[in-house]
Design a protein around this ligand. Sequence first.
Ligand code: FES
Length: 192
Amino acid sequence: MNDENKPIAFERLDHERIPMNMPDAAQPIELSENIRHRLDQWLKRYPADKRQSGVFEALRLVQEENNGSLNVALMDAVAAYLGITKISVYEVAAFYTMYELNPVGRHVIHVCTNISCTLNGAEKVLERLKETLHINLNETTGDRRFTLKEVECLGACIAPPVCMIDKKYYENVTPEKIDRIVADLSTEPHHE
Ligand code: FES
């Protein structure tokens, strides 16, 4: 395996989802004009003194603009823009698995391993993904195309096992089906 294909392991603070340990951002930054504009539109839904209600949307927008992940500087910028404490932003980002605290690949594959999915073969799908992508959970392929993650119930228990790739759900997944999905995503043009 050459260097380019070597899996990239996250530097997990596994309690990285514990925000108290987060270092201060070296360089404070501001949210982009695009984010500020979109967030301002969103904030019209809430009373003027409830800007903290926009924290979920702010983090979503920022993460999307930053190639799928957050960092301390961006979370601090969200706190400053909403006029709330940094810790209250870290708490949200750290608690919800839809927010990524480490860089991710172009496609993030979430495999549900909750009860319904596990009873219907989620482990086999997960093992096939590890084997095909040559990575473990919470790792990214060397070409930065795929990141593999395990999640709790995706709310589609009627069609297990379920995977979510980026924003799309795949139901009744089998190892063969996941092979085809990965193959399709692997042939997409790759822009760095
Ligand atoms: S248990 Fe997998 S979607 Fe609910």
